[in-house]
Write a protein that binds this ligand. Structure first.
Ligand SMILES: [Zn+2]
Length: 330
């Protein structure tokens, strides 16, 4: 039981892929190896880059392939997790129906586990990050979109059709009047709570805002360039408009948290991504969750920020391989 395992975690994104070997404690044995994904070069080239990234990660850990216990690989959806297939994800165009799990399994002759990248990152936080003491955890990752994942007692909720834990597409506003989401629907959490949506909502407010505002001054002085980081920074300095935006964002994210509390009643809810840094923002999400959530569980639920940053992806992917192996799923 205590024998030392070594798990490669390969996290494939639209721009780069990252891999490192992690041990049974979830510690990476090197800094991650990063290679360009270049999906436009085609899926055969993509599969070869994945194998090369794995080889380099093993070398970086000063191990040989025979010392590797299992391999985990995670990609963004759309995907068929059970079949081990990348279907046709928008950020890996023009790939289609790529048999990623079987390809890697054959290339190395090792147990290989396939997972959704957001689920894997959530598992990373659950295993060795913010949720390491929790038995059940939900995570929202706030970036270009809102990613998410649900882990219940060491079970990663993949769903029957590989769409479990797509928390960004929970509807928190009317499908008739809500903001338009990248998925084509209106009123999704992602259209309010992602870093990109926060910037978009702020631009709209700035167009009509009449009061004095440092945010407005910044916006004009920087040729209309704006980031969520700047908005959060100015909110912390007391700018009224920026504070209003941050407050609204906390409100919408809390509605998402409340829906999850009513669905799975997790021990902990974690928010990750560049906006999840200020304690005042965390406290506000907690306050709205307490106000609008089911009275009994909201008294107990812990709301925290992620700890592993972008490392959660490859750590959790290696962790998911270890988990599947321990649970006899591979
Ligand atoms: Zn959506």
């Amino acid at each position: 039981m205590a024998s030392a395992g070594h798990y490669v975690g390969l996290d494939v994104g639209g721009t780069t892929m990252k891999a490192a070997v992690v041990n049974d404690e979830g510690l990476p044995l090197s800094t991650p190896v990063v290679m360009a994904t270049e999906p436009e070069r085609g899926q055969d080239a993509g599969l070869e880059t994945m194998c090369e990234t794995i080889r380099r990660a093993v070398a970086a850990a000063k191990l040989t392939m025979t010392e590797i216990t299992a391999i985990g690989v995670a990609t963004p959806g759309l995907m068929d997790i059970k079949a081990g297939l990348i279907l046709d994800p928008p950020n890996l165009k023009p790939w289609k129906n790529v048999p990623v799990r079987d390809h890697i399994q054959k290339a190395f002759g090792l147990p290989t586990v396939y997972q959704n990248d957001a689920n894997a990152a959530t598992y990373g936080e659950y295993w060795v990050g913010a949720g390491r003491e929790a038995r059940s955890m939900v995570m929202f990752t706030l970036g270009t979109g809102v990613g998410g994942g649900i882990i219940l007692d060491d079970f990663i909720v993949e769903g029957e059709h590989s769409h479990g834990g797509e928390l960004g597409h929970m509807r928190i506003e009317s499908p008739a009047h809500g903001r338009l989401c990248g998925c084509g629907s209106r009123g999704c959490l992602e259209a309010y709570g992602s870093a990109s949506s926060v910037v978009r909502r702020t631009r709209e407010e700035l167009a009509t805002y009449r009061g004095p505002s440092k945010l407005k001054e910044y916006y004009t002085a920087n040729d209309d360039v704006l980031t969520a980081k700047v908005i959060f920074q100015l909110a912390s300095e007391g700018d009224a408009l920026a504070m209003e935006i941050v407050d609204d964002t906390a409100y919408y994210l809390a509605l998402g948290a409340c829906a999850l509390i009513a669905t799975v009643d997790p021990e902990m809810i974690v928010f990750g991504g560049g906006m999840a840094v200020a304690e005042s923002f965390r406290a506000k999400i907690h306050e709205y969750t307490t106000r609008f959530g089911l009275p009994h569980p909201v008294k107990k639920v812990k709301i925290a920020f992620a700890k592993l940053g972008s490392d959660a992806g490859f750590i959790g992917t290696g962790g998911a391989a270890r988990l599947a192996l321990r649970q006899g799923k591979v």
